[in-house]
Design a protein around this ligand. Sequence first.
Ligand code: FPP
Length: 229
Amino acid sequence: MPADKIKHVAIIMDGNGRWAKEKHLPRVMGHHAGARAVERVMRAAKDLGIPYISLYAFSTENWKRAQSEVKGLMGLFRYYMRAKLSELCKENCRVRFAGNIAALPQDIAEILHEVEEKTRIYNERNLIICFNYGGRQEILDAVNKIIAQGTKTPVTAEIFRRSLYLPDVPDPDLIIRTSGEMRLSNFWLWQSSYSEYYFTRQYWPDFDKDSLEEAVRNYYERERRYGKA
Ligand code: FPP
C-alpha cells in the first residue's frame, strides 16, 4: 500500500559546523552555506509539490553556543528574512515561525512579525521556521494555556492540539536529519508521533534537490500503519 501523498517534510539541518571545519572555514560560513541549501531545498520542494516544509533553524538550547556564533546566526536570519521576503511573496509562500519569538532581540522579533504579516495572504506553499523553538517548551506552553483557560472537562488530544503553536499545520509525514546524527533533539515532540524518519550522513550545506528526492522516494516505499495491523 503506497503511503499517502506527502504534505509536510520537517528538516533538522545539522552538520553546518562540521562542513565548515572540514574546509578550514569559520563555523558561521557553514551556516551561510546552510542558508543556500535552504533555498535549493525550497525550490526542490516546489517541484515535488510538497505544501509544507518546516525547518529547525534555532533551538532553545542553541543559546549555549559561543556568543560569536549566536551573533553570526542572528545576523544571517536578519539578512535572509529581509532579502527573501519579496521572493517568498512571489512564490505564494506563507511563512510562519514556531517558538518563543517574544524572547528574541527586538529587531529580529519585529522582522519575523513583518514576514508573517506580509505572507499571511498566501496559501499555495508553507514555510515553517522553528526559531527559539523547543518541543518540551511548546508542550508546557500548551498545558499552561489550557490551565489559564480554566478548562473543567478532561483534555483530549484534539483540545491539546489546538493549544500548540501552529495547530492547523499538519503533523510532519517525514522528518529528515542530516549529518549522521539520529536524534530528535527536542523538535516537534508532540507532532512527530507517527512521522517517518530519514537520516543521511550528508552535511546540511551539501543537501540538494537529489537528496530531497531520494528522501521522498524512500518515504513512498514505506507503509504507514498508525498502529493498525
Ligand atoms: C546545525 O548545525 C545548524 C544550526 C543550529 C543552524 C541552522 C541554520 C541555518 C541552516 C541557517 C539558515 C536558515 C534559514 C532559515 C535562513 P551545527 O552548527 O550544529 O553543525 P555541527 O553539528 O556540525 O556543529
